[in-house]
Design a protein around this ligand. Structure first.
Ligand SMILES: *Cc1c(COP(=O)(O)O)cnc(C)c1O
Length: 331
């Protein structure tokens, strides 16, 4: 299904599907497996790298010499895009929204943004609430006027092209589960701009799989989060030749674990991040994967999942952000 689409190699694939025995035991419920998309390799890894394999290939097809993207100052997506651009010999510009108020020095200079500077990305900073798409268009116009060929990558690379990377991840995970003789009941992951969940659901639906897919929201209210996934899933289904394979009501999200908002700490997130570090030696981030994990842990404790099922937590990465958010954890 995916071989018809242009693709560049950026990620180390397949990423491991690992059992988490100590976490499973500590929670005393279903067996938990972790799909290690924090190990995609590029720029310390993360979920944007799979998407970028298709998006950067499209940029190359369009003869781009510079890519423009946007996000928060500690955007994992921006970091992986900057590295991909270096690897492919393109320039990279990013527009950062000051989404987090009261940001400290670590947030503004360490973690992801430190790596963006290492990769030589050109950084533009704008106020919270700026129309980010318009800001990218404006920058693209300026670059065109300078004779460059810019290519705009939507926030999180969440569009029908980027989502192909998560169709691939769904297929890869099902193949690994077969090989390991693990019958997966649910896949759970942090959902933000929606491309990861959109790709996964199209991958599962087109395979006729009965695996449940649950996105744990990290930013938006419930209906808005479903819309974000839906707005990518619908065109993605059509793009791969299966229009209508996903309905809006098939998209399952839970936004109970966002707390006060994007990038703001919750006690459940702190507990979850430290639990995984200390039980399994695996690093999660406070903004995305840590909140997703907090949701999964709480749902296991509440008996949401069947005791006998196997759950895959898709680890979407983000550990580079730990250094930008070091003050968030009370250590
Ligand atoms: C971007 C990101 C997500 C969310 O993925 P979307 O495709 O934007 O929904 C989850 N975890 C991490 C670490 C991310 O960087």
């Amino acid at each position: 299904m995916l071989s018809q689409f242009p693709r560049v190699t950026l990620a180390h694939l397949p990423t491991p599907l690992e059992h988490a025995p100590r976490l499973s035991e500590a929670l005393g419920g279903p067996q938990i497996y972790i799909k290690r998309d924090d190990c995609t390799g590029l720029a310390t890894g993360g979920n944007k790298t799979r998407k970028l394999e298709f998006v950067m290939a499209d940029a190359l097809e369009n003869k781009a010499d510079v890519v423009i993207t946007q996000g928060a100052v500690q955007s994992n997506h921006a970091r992986q895009t900057a590295a991909a651009a270096c690897k492919l010999g393109m320039a990279c510009e990013m527009i950062f929204e000051h989404r987090v108020t009261d940001a400290d020095d670590a947030y503004l200079n360490s973690g992801n943004v430190f790596l963006d500077r290492m990769y030589g990305a050109t950084i533009h900073e704008v106020e919270k609430g700026t129309d980010m798409d318009a800001a990218m268009e404006k920058r693209a116009d300026e670059l065109r006027a300078e004779g460059k060929t810019p290519y705009i990558i939507s926030g999180g690379a969440s569009n029908k092209i980027g989502a192909l990377g998560y169709i691939d991840c769904a297929l890869e995970t099902m193949t690994q589960a077969d090989e390991q003789e693990v019958d997966i009941g649910h896949i759970v992951h942090a959902t933000g701009s929606g491309g990861t969940q959109a790709g996964l659901i199209v991958g599962l639906q087109t395979s006729g799989s009965d695996i449940g897919l649950l996105g744990i929201g990290v930013a938006s209210p419930y209906e808005e989060q479903i819309d974000k996934v839906w707005r990518v899933a619908e065109p993605t289904a059509e793009y791969v030749g299966s229009p209508g394979c996903v309905r809006r009501e098939d998209i399952k999200v839970n936004t109970d674990y966002t707390g006060e908002g994007y990038g703001l700490s919750t006690p459940e997130m702190e507990e979850a991040v430290l639990m995984l570090a200390r039980l399994e030696g695996i690093l999660f981030d406070p903004v995305y994967s840590g909140k997703g994990l907090a949701g999964m842990i709480d749902l296991v404790r509440k008996g949401y999942f069947d005791q006998s099922e196997n759950i895959v937590f898709l680890h979407t990465g983000g550990s580079a952000g730990l250094f930008g958010y070091s003050s968030i954890l009370s250590l």
